[in-house]
Design a protein around this ligand. Structure first.
Ligand SMILES: Cc1cc2nc3c(=O)[nH]c(=O)nc-3n(C[C@H](O)[C@H](O)[C@H](O)COP(=O)(O)OP(=O)(O)OC[C@H]3O[C@@H](n4cnc5c(N)ncnc54)[C@H](O)[C@@H]3O)c2cc1C
Length: 388
């Protein structure tokens, strides 16, 4: 079992990183550790657990700004914000209840269905403190939306998968919770008609908060769901606008509130694909929204199952073992990229989790990593392609 380091504050983090740099040890930065299964298995690393840095430093509901340490639990933050009727608008998702940390959420950089309206994690990270691979503490960004000068490093840190620096504190923009939510539903559409319906809804002046498509499964009709958020009369007006716009595609109903909650949770986590969990590999494929329906059809031809979020821009897919090498081709053909999110070790050993970057981007990424972590101590083999 790899050794786990437990820093209590930023100074401990600096010391732990400096020691690792001096000894040549590799460090895997860990929040709740729920996503440790992503990436190449069997790396030799020490775990740097951030769980003891878990304070809420400052929360100012009037300014819509929250400053926290990375080990703070997502569940606690959501309760804190809900008490002031606010939320993290990028719709984070607790992979394992009571374990996911805010540092892990920012490190992973995934966002939920509301991304098409509110943006992703990186759009909400205003500033941070961190420790680089030399064991030096540094700060970037700020506490307000408009004070970025120089490089906008928060954009780099969100979704950096613990490969650049150890976050020790972060400031996030928060937003008021919508007063009401309504999910419109069209049942029984084929993927291409669903793509058309979601595209029309997104182009309409309807401020759609989320749009998803789940193909027919186990005797249930396919579901095309469109979520509206805001004040009652505004939702009413936008719902009737959309019902009119989509009438020729199919009748538009309102989904029962409980069912809608289950639906969006299942889309966000990919768990609506669980019925197909005999298919071993879970992929997260980002494509231009107009390509979503075609991508889904291609996945089905490979023997897989999938669903669409982000109005077609995000495809969650489960695929058989032998289809793995075709998924990336399929994503590139559609103009996107594919990440292997979950799979048995033998597949993870053969296929890098992150989509390979084009040569020019890969060279830029290497330079950025070398600037933050010159001795390559932050788990450098996690996303490396296997040596042939
Ligand atoms: C199927 C699926 C669906 C998901 N859907 C959503 C979604 O809808 N919305 C959403 O927001 N998320 C989503 N996620 C992401 C998931 O919620 C987060 O990855 C998870 O909650 C992170 O919590 P953790 O503390 O266990 O992270 P960990 O597994 O501990 O860490 C995740 C990554 O962040 C890095 N990291 C952790 N702490 C730090 C730090 N202090 N400094 C630098 N790097 C750090 C780690 O090195 C690692 O690379 C999804 C994940 C999966 C697998």
């Amino acid at each position: 079992m790899a050794e786990t380091l437990q820093p209590r504050d930023e100074r401990d983090v600096c010391e732990a990183v400096a020691r690792a740099a001096a000894s040549g040890a590799k460090l895997e930065i860990v929040g709740g550790g729920t996503r440790q299964g992503i990436g190449h298995p069997g790396r030799q690393t020490q775990r740097l657990s951030m769980s003891a840095l878990s304070r809420v430093i400052d929360y100012d509901p009037a300014e819509l700004v929250l400053t926290v340490e990375p080990g703070a639990l997502l569940a606690d933050i959501e309760i804190l914000l809900a008490n002031s009727n606010q939320m993290l608008a990028f719709e984070p998702w607790e992979f394992a209840p009571g374990r996911s940390t805010i540092g892990g959420v920012v490190g992973a950089g995934f966002a939920g269905s509301r991304r098409i309206l509110s943006g992703g994690v990186r759009d909400h990270l205003l500033g941070f403190s961190a420790v680089n691979g030399r064991g030096e503490a540094f700060k970037a960004g700020g506490r307000v939306v408009k004070n970025v000068t120089g490089y906008d490093l928060p954009k780099l840190m969100a979704g950096s998968w613990g490969q650049l620096a150890v976050l020790t504190q972060m400031t996030l923009k928060v937003l008021p919770r919508p007063s009401e939510t309504r999910t419109l539903v069209l049942r029984g559409l084929a993927a291409s008609a669903a793509g058309d319906a979601m595209g029309r809804a997104m182009r309409a002046p309807a401020d759609v908060a989320a749009a998803s498509y789940v193909p027919a499964q186990a005797g249930a009709n396919s579901i095309t769901a469109i979520r509206l958020e805001g004040f009652g009369p505004s939702i009413e007006a936008r719902a009737s606008l959309l019902a009119g716009l989509l009438r020729d595609i199919g009748p538009v109903d309102t989904m029962d509130a409980h069912q809608a909650e289950q639906h969006w949770r299942g889309v966000r986590s990919g768990s609506l694909l669980d019925a197909a969990n005999t298919l071993p590999a879970l992929w997260r494929i980002c494509v231009p929204p107009a390509q979503g329906a075609q991508t889904l059809t291609s996945i089905e031809k490979l023997g897989g199952v999938g669903l669409l979020d982000w109005a077609g821009g995000l495809v969650w897919a489960r695929l058989p073992r032998e289809a793995a090498s075709n998924v990336r081709k399929l994503a590139v053909t559609a103009g996107g990229h594919a990440m292997l999110v979950d799979a048995p070790e033998d597949i993870r050993r053969a296929i890098p989790a992150l989509h390979p970057e084009p040569p020019a981007v890969a060279s830029l990424s290497r330079r950025v990593r070398a600037a933050f972590d010159p001795m390559a101590i932050f788990d450098p083999l996690r996303f490396e392609a296997p040596q042939s």
